[in-house]
Design a protein around this ligand. Structure first.
Ligand code: NAP
Length: 498
């Protein structure tokens, strides 16, 4: 069950949001009465409530907004019990001061905004002993292992337990709480109105992560990166999983570089079935993969891992996706040969990071004469040596004409949508222009290329293809690319609004 936290300054807004949520099928809300400005009218909030409530009044030391006295806060919580609130949230230091009464269930909670304590079991035992119907523990995750410890605690608890890790690192615990056996998880009313670090909006929890459908048997996939919050892969993969009726979920794992070793060695504890691997782990991951496909070996980087009985297998779907995207466009272009069109023989790749390397390798394998250019000359030189292609200085990138231009830099990406890595005066109608940036789909480079009469390939095409190849590797079936495309576009639109 998803419990949606409502934190508004005015009673009528709380009541309106409560009604809206109940009308949309939400079965439990948390009324954060510490957000209410002025005197809190508990009776008014509980009267005619459209679905059950948890009444919570949080002090500032626990991330709340309550500024009045502690006596007034205790009185408010006792009033909520007398008025028949379904649940009250009582922090561990006050649980003994607020006695059980009537039907109201007691959630005994503990918050730690700095860390996840070493001994969670001991903490849990103490909370459960305070006449708890439900134990709630919310602690800051500083390490991915904190998530595992929390989920394992939830799973092992006899007393129903909501265990959540806060912060970006802790997001998986919010999504997987129910899978571990928690009675509910917390989500916000709106994506951008979080009340605790790392919270997710309830619609995303319901529609993207399908929280209520996850069970102990649901397989866990995800994207591992740092940062990861911006990743659109969860939207794309979860949409495809739902459409294919596969019992799996795809979760964002924020894992800093220095914690990657331990994250992977703990993979069986989740257990993880597959990962998309991105910055900064694409090269480091190879140390753990006994099986590497040829492309991975050649490129020296992987963006996909599958966990199997024989260990981890690494793949690079970026390179294949980039080439497939270009091939589709080239195939179209070659049909124009008789009309004076031109096949791709030469390509200039802008950038010298992971994407550039994958594209350069992929094109070179197809017999294209590749040139790489980068702001940092040494990086382009390095790729050129590895791929066996040419490098030119960044300032010389406009000097020679190429059949194909690939932007593998982030230039033009949201929010810097007015930037382009290539001057439009140098675009020629015979050029095939491929921008790997997918947010927005129509970058300035793509717009100017279209205006110059060039054929174009967008980053959305590559993104969807690399995700579709991952899907096939992990699940053995094809995803619907159009559905993935639409999910990506919806996610980019809402990311821009946030
Ligand atoms: P990366 O490893 O960080 O490399 C980025 C490259 O861009 C570096 O060569 C960097 O140069 C260069 N660069 C950054 N800012 C620049 C600027 N203002 N002017 C000129 N060059 C600049 O990143 P990556 O993994 O290769 O990804 C690059 C882009 O590819 C991403 O932003 C993403 O949009 C796109 N991508 C798309 C897909 C897809 O599926 N569509 C997949 C992967 C990546 P320095 O070395 O000088 O910093």
């Amino acid at each position: 069950m998803i419990c949606v936290s409502i934190g508004r300054g005015r009673h009528r807004h709380v009541i309106a949001e409560h009604k809206h949520l109940a009308d949309n099928g939400v079965c439990l809300v948390e009324l954060r009465v510490d957000y209410i400005q002025g005197a809190v009218q508990i009776k008014r909030l509980l009267k005619d409530r459209p679905c059950p409530v948890i009444v919570t009044c949080r002090r500032s030391s626990e991330g709340g907004r309550w500024e009045q006295s502690e006596e007034a806060r205790l009185l408010l919580l006792r009033t909520a019990i007398v008025e028949g609130a379904d649940y009250v949230d009582l922090e561990d230091d006050i649980a003994a001061k607020v006695p059980r009464y009537g039907q109201t269930k007691r959630i005994v909670s503990h918050h730690d905004f700095g860390k996840t304590p070493a001994d969670l079991t001991l903490l849990h035992k103490r909370l459960a002993s305070l006449d708890a119907d439900i134990v709630k523990i919310a602690t800051m995750a500083n390490h991915p292992t904190d998530n595992l410890r929390m989920l394992e605690l939830v799973h092992a608890s006899k007393v129903p337990t909501v265990g959540i890790c806060m912060g970006d690192i802790g997001t998986p615990t919010r999504i997987l709480a129910g899978r571990a056996g928690a009675p509910f998880t917390f989500a916000t009313f709106q994506e951008d109105r979080v009340m605790a670090p790392g919270q997710i909006g309830w619609r995303q929890m319901r529609d993207v992560y399908r929280y209520d459908a996850l069970t102990a048997k649901t397989r866990v996939y995800g994207v591992v990166a740092d940062p990861v919050a911006h990743s659109l892969s969860p939207a794309v993969h979860n949409a495809a999983l739902a459409a294919a009726g596969i019992d799996a979920v795809y979760v964002p794992f924020r894992v800093p570089a220095e914690q990657f070793d331990q994250f992977l060695s703990n993979a069986p504890r989740w257990p993880l079935a597959g990962l998309s691997v991105t910055i900064p782990h694409k090269e480091a991951v190879l140390r753990y993969c006994r099986h590497q496909d040829d492309l991975v070996k050649a490129i020296g980087a992987a963006n996909t891992v599958a966990f199997g009985p024989d260990g981890m297998a690494a793949f690079n779907t970026d390179a294949t996706a980039a080439v497939e995207s270009l091939e589709a466009a080239i195939a179209e272009q070659e049909t124009l040969l008789s009309d004076g069109g031109m096949p791709v023989k030469t390509a200039l790749v802008l950038g010298a990071g992971g994407a550039a390397r994958a594209v350069a390798f992929g094109l070179k394998r197809k017999g294209v004469d590749v040139t790489v250019t980068s702001r940092t000359t040494e990086r382009a030189d390095k790729i050129a040596a590895e791929v066996g292609c040419k490098a030119v200085a960044w300032n010389s990138r406009h000097r020679l004409p190429y059949d194909c231009l690939v932007n593998a830099t982030p230039v033009g990406m949201h929010p810097n949508v007015d930037e382009t890595p290539y001057e439009k005066d140098h675009l020629r109608p015979y050029m095939l222009v491929f921008d790997t940036v997918y947010n927005p789909e129509s970058t300035l480079l793509i717009k100017e290329a279209r205006a110059a009469g060039c054929r174009t390939v967008t980053g959305v095409e590559m993104f969807v293809r690399q995700a579709a190849i991952q899907f096939r590797i992990w699940h053995g079936v094809d995803a619907d690319p159009q559905l993935m495309r639409e999910a990506l576009k919806r996610a980019t639109a809402s990311a821009k609004l946030a």
